[in-house]
Design a protein around this ligand. Structure first.
Ligand code: NAD
Ligand code: UDP
Length: 348
């Protein structure tokens, strides 16, 4: 089975790619490398070579907004008699703060990019899609844990682009029943790294997210962690999130492929998280306990666009996908730290 993996060189995409290749899928990674390194692909290849695994992997440097090149990718695949059976679409921009500063860029890349992809998939009769949505779409929710059917009210442009994309899926699905198979996976906070330490999270520039910032403080690349607010209405005043091990998240994509393959037509919106909420202070404590590192921190004002608390109800994923997260917060800290120690400067 041939999978087109857009954004496959990024943090989440690289882990999905590795799992797909290990399980015998033919993988075509499409990425513009705007937020990732080409070294990622070499790392994946050398990991598989060292394990003596035969694999089918191709990479193409392409911006998803480039319709002509997208056409060529699908067309060439058909000509080579290995048409794309399914698309896992991760290519996009993901920083909340950046989206507040440059919203049109986010609408362009995320929404226009996805529109392009859907148009191309339709033209080449590829109707199976797994998409990288986000818990950000729930915004300021009255109740936690978040269920898929609760109010959608994003409070930043990034989240609004994900909602627009989900709406596009709904319109498309209802316009041509019995054709499309779509799983829109609403990720919570994917963290950690592959246990080998061969691939992991390596944000370009200063990390926006808590976990990569924390590991960079631990390795000495940053002086101290800034905690964005200790005055939220939570048990210890810091923000609460749902941290899910990146391999558990990647496994959720394989389960989604199985689900799509065993259904005629469907459109499902599904939370992928651990189902547990941890505060920033709890994350620091667990990281210190698991790794023996001391994390210096300072308290800063709240970050624009943040919500106090966000964690998932994952019963739908468990039921529909027959999937459950298997890895603990301790495992997340150990694997994340292993990656950072083996790659103090990331991929560079
Ligand atoms: P990432 O930035 O590491 O990976 C995204 C990849 O997409 C990068 O390799 C980047 O080069 C590529 N890309 C960006 N714009 C592109 C374009 N126009 N054309 C082709 N490639 C392009 O991010 P990630 O953490 O791996 O996230 C992947 C997806 O999951 C994103 O769509 C993101 O919104 C979504 N998501 C991520 C998180 C998270 O916390 N990491 C949470 C929820 C949803
Ligand atoms: N956070 C923090 N310092 C940082 C980055 C994040 O205190 O350097 C906090 C943030 O306010 C939130 C939690 O950590 O409460 C998770 O933030 P992250 O950006 O990782 O995820 P998101 O807010 O996008 O869910």
């Amino acid at each position: 089975m041939r999978v087109l993996l857009t954004g496959g060189s990024g943090f989440i995409g690289s882990h999905i790619a590795l799992l797909l290749l290990e399980r015998g899928f033919d993988v075509l990674i499409l990425d513009s490398f705007v937020n990732s390194s080409t070294n990622v692909i070499n790392r994946i290849k050398s990991y598989l070579n060292n394990k003596d695994l035969k694999y089918k992997l191709e990479t193409i440097n392409c911006d998803i907004r480039d319709k002509k090149l997208l056409d060529k990718v699908f067309n060439d695949s058909i000509k080579e008699k290995k048409p794309i059976d399914i698309v896992i679409h991760l290519a996009g921009l993901k920083s909340v703060s950046e989206s507040l500063i440059n919203p049109l860029h986010y609408w362009d890349v995320n929404v226009i990019g996805t529109l392009n992809l859907l148009l191309t998939m339709k033209e080449y009769e590829c109707y199976s899609l797994v998409f990288s949505s986000s818990a950000t779409i729930y915004g300021l929710s009255d109740s936690v844990p978040m269920t898929e059917d609760q109010k959608i009210s994003p409070i930043n442009p990034y989240g609004k682009t994900k909602v627009a994309i989900e709406n596009m899926f709904s319109d498309l699905y209802h316009s041509s029943m019995n054709l499309w198979k779509i799983c829109s996976l609403r990720y919570f906070n994917p963290v950690g790294a592959h246990p080998s330490g061969v691939i992991g999270e390596d944000p370009i520039g200063i990390p926006n997210n808590l976990f990569p910032f924390l590991t960079q403080v631990a390795i000495g690349r940053r002086k101290h962690l800034q905690i964005f607010g200790d005055d939220w209405e939570t048990k210890d005043g810091s923000g609460i999130r749902d941290y899910i091990h990146i391999i558990d998240l990647a496994e959720g994509h394989l389960s989604s492929i199985d689900y799509l393959n065993s259904n005629d037509s469907c459109l499902e919106f599904i939370n992928l998280g651990s189902g547990i909420g941890y505060s920033v202070f709890q994350i620091i404590s667990q990281f210190e306990l698991s790794t023996g590192c001391k994390i210096p921190y300072s308290i800063q004002r709240r970050r624009d666009g943040d919500v106090p608390i966000c964690y998932a109800d994952i019963s739908k994923a468990k039921k529909l996908l027959d999937w459950s997260p298997m890895r603990s917060l301790e495992q997340i800290c150990l694997d994340g730290w292993n990656w950072q120690m083996k790659n103090p400067k990331g991929y560079s």
